[in-house]
Design a protein around this ligand. Sequence first.
Ligand SMILES: Cc1cc2nc3c(=O)[nH]c(=O)nc-3n(C[C@H](O)[C@H](O)[C@H](O)COP(=O)(O)O)c2cc1C
Length: 315
Amino acid sequence: MLNIWQQLKKPIWCLAPMFGATDSAFRQLLAEIGKPDLMFTEFTNVQALFSPDETAIQQLAFTDKEQPLIAQIWGLDPELFEAAADFIAAAGFAGIDINMACPVKAVVKKGAGGALIDNPSLAGQMIQAALKGAAGRIPVSVKTRLGNQTIVTETWLKFLLNFDLAAISVHCRTTKALSLGPTHWEEISKIVRLRNQLKSKTLIIGNGDIFSREIARQRIRETKVDGVMIGRGVFADPYIFNPQKIINNQSKTQKLKLLKKHLDIYQKTWGKTRSYHPLKRFFKIYVNGFHGAMSLRVKLMNTRSITAARAIIDE
Ligand SMILES: Cc1cc2nc3c(=O)[nH]c(=O)nc-3n(C[C@H](O)[C@H](O)[C@H](O)COP(=O)(O)O)c2cc1C
């Protein structure tokens, strides 16, 4: 098996999976301007993947530029995890990741995502099913948290480290804490120590509130983690994976050029299948920090097409 996790130089810099944000267009943009070592798709529901509705399949679309790319899945039914892993391996992804971290009410209420931390028996069945479906072709990893309602790092991670997982990414909060309140990076140090004690080959990736490369480096130094995963930090600075650039040093013209690049890639990728409006959530990344940014942003938010947005930027 080609285990991408073992091939990458440490520390590994990963783009976090973010539903509604890290779509193929945004990943292509990042690949051009500052490429993470590893990117993840938005989470895809295993049941939806095998339904007649094409949305889930479409969501997993990718280009070679985004490789190495890991497909993330979520759900409850181990049988579907096996089928999904088989599908994902055949589709050419570099790996498969199981979501055991999502705090969204609709997901947790079903017992999925971050709620699985309280249901190790089902979580274990899902991992084993994914390993069986992947059949040694691609590595399987898990993204999780420190606990569901309370921190249970040691028992939960000890449990996960029993399986043949290539990596475990840990958002260092509980599911209940959402993305609010303090992160617990000291728990990540504990996990690294536990992994070493158990002589496990599973890599540990730390996640939570990394908003600059400096913070990332500090976390890596302090915890000896194998890599970091950055989510919202990429909205604060889409150059966060590029050691040579930061958004704050970019001129208004450069920022608007970047926005136009994103519009172009989005149109090429989703022009025929997705509406223009989801793209608007990205505007504040680029239209920010210069004189007149606010009024330009308001004008752009009122547009109804990429063509109209382009015309306003050119004006
Ligand atoms: C808009 C949004 C969508 C997200 N979607 C997913 C997802 O699909 N799968 C997942 O595992 N985590 C998802 N997350 C959680 C992030 O991957 C990450 O764990 C979390 O934002 C904490 O990292 P950060 O502080 O670097 O943002 C999402 C977060 C945000 C803000």
